[in-house]
Design a protein around this ligand. Structure first.
Ligand SMILES: [Ca+2]
Ligand SMILES: [Ca+2]
Length: 310
C-alpha cells in the first residue's frame, strides 16, 4: 500500500465520524433565521425543519445558504442542493449556514408501506387507506412510507418548539417501534401560530398536541367513519395552550373560565394569519371543539391544501 492508498483507506474508514455533526453545528437558537430553505413546496425560515423522503429518493433544496455538513449523498445545482437519500430508512441531519446562522433540516428516510398489502409494520397496526384520493387531490394519495420512531427518537426536535414524540398515535402504548408521519407544512403552521400567540400575550413554549398522527386502524377504532381525515396524512394537529400544565386549555380570554370561547380565541388568531396571506400558512382547516367528558376545549389545524372552517 503506497502513501496515497493508505490515506484513501484511512479516510474511508474514518468517514462515518467525519460526517457526524460537530457541536458547533447546532441550529441557531432563534425560532427563525434570515434565510429560507425551500423543499417539497415548503418555503421555511425556521431554524429547525423536517422532511420525509423514500429510500433512494432525491430531495431538492432551494437556498442561498451553504450546506456545510450532512450524511447521505449531496450535490450542488443552480438553485441550491440535491440530497440523495440512502437506501435504508433512518434519520439524517442537514445543516445550512448563511450569515453566521444555522438552520437544521431533519430528513427522515421512510420505511416503505404498500397500502392494501401491509396491514401492520413490525407489529404496529397501520390499517388501510382509502385507495381513491378525495376528489382526486394529490394530498389525499395514500402514503408510501412512514417514519420509524425507535426508542430515543421521541425527543428529536422536528421544529424549534416541537418534538417528534408529540405527534405519535395513541394506539398500542409502549409499542416499539411506532410509525408516523409529520408534514412540514403543518409544522410551519404550528410555529407561525405559536409565535403569533406569544405576540398576543398568550405565553406558550409549545402547544399541547392532543392528537397528531393517526393510523387508519386507530382512526376507525375511535369511531371515526371518515377515511379522509388529515390526521391520517400527518398534517393535522388537535392542539391547545397549556402553559400552566393543568392538562386543559389555559384561560386565554381571561374570563376566569375554561370554555369553548378560549378555543375560539385561538382559532380566530389562526384564521387571522390565514387571511393575511402569510407564506408560512399553507391553506387548510381550522376547527373549534368544546370540552366533553374526556377532554377540554381545543382547536384542530391542518394543511389539507384548501380552506375549511368549522
Ligand atoms: Ca391549562
Ligand atoms: Ca376563558
Amino acid at each position: 500500500m503506497n502513501t496515497l492508498h493508505f490515506f484513501a483507506f484511512a479516510l474511508s474508514t474514518l468517514s462515518p465520524s467525519l460526517t457526524t455533526p460537530t457541536p458547533e453545528l447546532a441550529p441557531s437558537s432563534t425560532t427563525r433565521v434570515e434565510f429560507d430553505i425551500a423543499y417539497q413546496n415548503v418555503s421555511s425560515d425556521l431554524s429547525i425543519n423536517s422532511a420525509t423522503v423514500m429510500p433512494g429518493e432525491m430531495l431538492e433544496i432551494e437556498t442561498n445558504a451553504n450546506l456545510t455538513v450532512g450524511t447521505g449523498e449531496m450535490s450542488r445545482d443552480a438553485d441550491g442542493w440535491i440530497w440523495t437519500a440512502p437506501d435504508t430508512p433512518g434519520h439524517h441531519q442537514l445543516y445550512f449556514q448563511s450569515g453566521g446562522e444555522t438552520a437544521l433540516l431533519n430528513v427522515f428516510v421512510l420505511t416503505p408501506f404498500e397500502n392494501g398489502e401491509d396491514v401492520s409494520l413490525d407489529g404496529y397496526r397501520v390499517g388501510e387507506y382509502n385507495p381513491v384520493p378525495l376528489r382526486g387531490m394529490e394530498r389525499y394519495v395514500p402514503p408510501t412510507g412512514f417514519i420509524e420512531m425507535l426508542p430515543g427518537m421521541e425527543d428529536i426536535q422536528i421544529a424549534p418548539h416541537f418534538r417528534l414524540g408529540q405527534f405519535i398515535c395513541k394506539q398500542q402504548p409502549g409499542h416499539d417501534p411506532t410509525f408516523l408521519l409529520v408534514d412540514p407544512h403543518m409544522l410551519l403552521k404550528l410555529e407561525t401560530l405559536l409565535t403569533a400567540a406569544n405576540d398576543r400575550g398568550w405565553e406558550a413554549d409549545t402547544f399541547f398536541v392532543m392528537s397528531g398522527f393517526r393510523t387508519p386502524f386507530y382512526n376507525a377504532a375511535i369511531g371515526n367513519t371518515t377515511t379522509s381525515s388529515r390526521h391520517l396524512f400527518g398534517d393535522a394537529a388537535d392542539i391547545y395552550i397549556d402553559q400552566d400544565g393543568d392538562g386543559v386549555m389555559d384561560d386565554l380570554n381571561g374570563d376566569g373560565r375554561i370554555t369553548r370561547e378560549d378555543a375560539a380565541e385561538l382559532a380566530a388568531l389562526a384564521a387571522e394569519i390565514a387571511d393575511s396571506g402569510s407564506d408560512h400558512w399553507h391553506s387548510g382547516g381550522i376547527g373549534i371543539y368544546s370540552a366533553n367528558a374526556v377532554h377540554g376545549p381545543f382547536i384542530h389545524v391542518d394543511a389539507r391544501g384548501y380552506r375549511a372552517r368549522w
